[in-house]
Design a protein around this ligand. Structure first.
Ligand SMILES: C[S@@+](CC[C@H](N)C(=O)[O-])C[C@H]1O[C@@H](n2cnc3c(N)ncnc32)[C@H](O)[C@@H]1O
Length: 208
């Protein structure tokens, strides 16, 4: 299955070595997906655009100087495992932690990391129970409403860190609701994969 690889490469060129790692990841995901439903079957045909490109655009917003990154509720590895694969060459100083409480998915994440030769720490635990990670960047996709995500971010971000979240068409309302409990600065970036979606980069997070 090609899964939109040509479209991905047209928008986000990568080196030969990174491409080989993404191809290895894609093959493992297709193999495991029937058993543990890592991504919905309907999106597998656009794996490279719906999932790899969606995740790569998050890596491209890496805060300047970030050395640690925590992806929360990674599932099949989006965006965190793609971030780790891109960082292996583009930001080798970055330590990536993937938090995923489902043991089978966490096993998948560790398997891809091993097979692609990429360094990641997989934490098969609940985000709210895990000791604070103090990460320079925290990311999440399709995990929870923004108000809840900010609670997770507050637990795991370093004081000057930024949270980077993919959000859909309801993002403006989610920001409104979150402002009842949180103070923060937010930058909105258009998504390359969905005209209704945005990437929110949030800093200066504090409880109201
Ligand atoms: C809807 S999936 C999204 C997965 C991935 N981020 C993506 O966009 O494809 C949410 C994932 O978060 C995990 N998850 C949900 N709540 C969690 C929690 N409190 N702690 C750790 N993992 C959690 C679930 O097991 C699931 O794999």
């Amino acid at each position: 299955m090609n899964g939109g690889k040509a479209a991905f490469l047209a928008q986000r060129p990568v080196s030969r070595e990174t491409l080989a790692r993404l191809e290895c990841y894609a093959a493992l995901l297709e193999k495991w997906n029937g058993a543990i439903n890592l991504v919905s079957k309907s999106t597998l045909a656009q794996l490279w655009t719906r999932h790899f490109l969606d995740s790569a655009q998050i890596f491209d917003l890496k805060p300047e100087g970030a050395r640690s990154w925590a992806d929360l509720g990674s599932g099949g590895g989006f965006p965190g495992l793609v971030i780790a694969i891109l960082a292996a060459e583009a930001a080798p100083e970055l330590r990536v932690t993937l938090v995923e409480s489902d043991i089978r998915k966490a096993t998948f994440l560790s398997t891809v990391a091993r097979e692609t030769g990429v360094q990641v720490e997989v934490r098969p635990e609940r985000i709210e129970a895990l000791a604070p990670l103090g990460a320079d960047a925290v990311s999440a996709r399709a995990l929870a409403p923004l108000d809840d995500l900010l609670g997770y971010a507050a637990r795991h971000l370093a004081p000057e860190g930024r949270a980077i979240f993919l959000k859909g068409a309801a993002h403006a309302q989610e920001i409104e609701e979150a402002l009842a409990h949180w103070r923060f600065d937010v930058q909105k970036h258009p998504s390359k994969t969905d005209p209704k979606a945005v990437i929110l980069s949030i800093g200066g997070l504090a409880r109201v």
